[in-house]
Design a protein around this ligand. Structure first.
Ligand code: ADP
Ligand code: MG
Length: 255
């Protein structure tokens, strides 16, 4: 379980978040959306322990090494083959080389990259590289996965396929997820709960949207579920109001 309670923090004297609260219950897939520059990445960095809070608290029963992180830019080493990249984290945590490589190949296969373990990152497509990065994170058996706009650079079809594999894998592994995204449809189609962060400075979580679409979920079919369109409209409306309500200085940051 992860609970962010009334979190406030900023950079130096510049406030970013004020009293931002959200909860990721065990095994839940939770998304955080909000205007550009509102503090979504900052909140995630605070959860990772990289950004000290000035008020409020972060409560979790996950140990540091049980938390996996995936960013938009993957962290693959270009001079290492895909399998070696996946194995690196395991070796760092003490696995012997051959066992780490075997586990890496297994995770690559689970992510649909059977037989591509010997390729270098430059020999893979953007979607395949993202899958390697995901294999790298999942191989470490995280119990909580934090993601910051991880799929933003991928085209729609590739993105739909990789997010489908993601929801299936986190469900089968029992992983809790906190995803930051600016894509409202993605947030709704993947999540159990979506939180909206208000515009900054001093952003707060202003709304919580439970998504009553059953699981297991087909991420494309979820978009035609009767609950989807009304939720999307409400989220869109609420987010637009946040963006329009932002002070001019903020708008220039967002542009
Ligand atoms: P989001 O991820 O929602 O787009 P961020 O968390 O990246 O927003 O940024 C929130 C605010 O904090 C923005 O106004 C941004 O300019 C500012 N900010 C982000 N990182 C830093 C930093 N390292 N130093 C100073 N200000 C920052
Ligand atoms: Mg961000």
């Amino acid at each position: 379980m992860l609970r962010v309670v009334e979190l406030a923090l900023g950079y130096g004297a510049t406030p970013v978040l004020e009293a931002a609260s959200l909860t990721v219950a065990d095994g839940r897939f939770v998304s955080l959306v909000g205007p550009s520059g509102s503090g979504k990445s900052t909140l995630l960095r605070a959860v990772m322990g990289l950004q000290p809070a000035s008020a409020g608290r972060i409560e979790t029963n996950f140990a540091k090494r049980e938390i996996g992180i995936l960013f938009q830019d993957d962290a693959l080493l270009p001079w290492r083959r895909a399998a070696e990249n996946v194995a690196l984290g395991l070796r760092f945590h003490g696995a012997e080389r051959r066992a780490a490589l075997a586990a890496a190949e297994e995770w690559l296969a689970r992510l649909g990259l059977d037989g591509l373990g010997q390729r270098y990152p430059r020999e893979l497509s953007g979607g395949q590289r993202k899958r390697v990065a995901l294999a790298q994170v999942l191989a470490l058996k995280p119990r909580l996965l934090l993601m910051d706009e991880p799929f933003a650079a991928l085209d729609a079809i590739v993105r739909a396929r990789i997010t489908q594999d993601l929801v299936d894998l986190v469900a089968s592994e029992g992983i809790s997820v906190l995803l930051v995204t600016h894509d409202l449809e993605e947030a709704l189609s993947l999540s159990d709960t979506v939180y909206l962060l208000s515009h900054g400075p001093r952003a707060r979580v202003t709304a919580e949207y439970p998504v009553p679409i059953p699981r297991p979920r087909d991420v494309i079919a979820a978009r035609t579920h009767p609950a989807f369109a009304p939720l999307l409209e409400k989220l869109w409306h609420d987010l637009s109001r946040e963006v329009e309500g932002a002070p001019p200085a903020d708008r220039s940051v967002a542009a």
